[in-house]
Design a protein around this ligand. Structure first.
Ligand SMILES: CC(C)(COP(=O)(O)OP(=O)(O)OC[C@H]1O[C@@H](n2cnc3c(N)ncnc32)[C@H](O)[C@@H]1OP(=O)(O)O)[C@@H](O)C(=O)NCCC(=O)NCCS
Length: 202
């Protein structure tokens, strides 16, 4: 089942980052990283051709209350986002019918790649969702070509779960892998559906 999530008032601090709700004044920072060709495309969305597109996306982030702004503490700039998304296949993935979880998705400004920042942010979010909100599981996916994202998920403890054909916001279908992370403080016993796509080994 999809777990409830409402970002209102949540602030998570790590060594180099602050994760918090988005606000209107983040517009220019978001446009700066989201308008670069080849960043969003690796996560399935087109780069922003103009700031009006960013305005719309930012307004959705604020309204939907499920996306963290990743703030670089050094310069107080928003350098990315992490979404705590409903997982789309709730009806099909019956192994999670008695458990609560969500799907995590993220993007980081290209200027900051390769410094371990995405991993630092995702680990902090996992800690919050498992230890403060008591979630049972998290899903996270990557496209086959996206070795960086695959590595981030490995470093955060996710295990390969299913082969998946993702529908992107670019109007394409992209083969990839959906990963799974279980909250090991909890007694979770999964009866897996759809053996034809399953990779997971306990
Ligand atoms: C994926 C993304 C968030 C990674 O951010 P990041 O802060 O650079 O990630 P990290 O530094 O924490 O880790 C990246 C890892 O990938 C590795 N890596 C980098 N380029 C690589 C490549 N071409 N092949 C394999 N691994 C690679 C790095 O060495 C690092 O692993 P290491 O710590 O073991 O050395 C960032 O590249 C991004 O925003 N990409 C565009 C959007 C995106 O892909 N979102 C994810 C959608 S699933």
């Amino acid at each position: 089942m999809n777990a409830k999530f409402d970002i209102s008032g949540i602030r998570i601090e790590t060594e180099r980052l602050l994760l918090r709700e988005f606000c209107d004044s983040d517009l220019n920072d978001v446009f700066e990283y989201a308008s670069i060709d080849g960043v969003g495309e690796r996560a399935g969305w087109p780069h922003h051709e103009n700031i009006d597109i960013t305005k719309k996306i930012l307004s959705n982030f604020i309204k939907e209350k499920k996306t963290f702004a990743i703030v670089n503490k050094e310069n107080n700039k928003v350098i990315g986002s992490i979404g705590i998304e409903p997982y789309g296949s709730e009806d099909k993935l019956t192994e999670f019918s008695n458990y609560f979880g969500r799907e995590v998705g993220y993007v980081l400004s290209k200027d900051y790649w390769g410094k371990g920042l995405a991993t630092e942010a995702v680990k902090a979010v996992i800690d919050y969702l498992f230890n403060s909100l008591n979630y049972d599981f998290l899903l996270c996916g990557y496209y086959d070509f996206n070795s960086q994202s695959k590595r981030v998920q490995e470093k955060c403890g996710f295990k390969a779960y299913r082969k998946f054909l993702f529908e992107t916001n670019l109007g394409t279908k992209e083969p990839g892998v959906l990963n799974l992370l279980l909250n090991h403080k909890k007694n979770i016993s999964l009866v897996f559906s759809h053996p034809e796509t399953l990779i997971y080994k306990e």
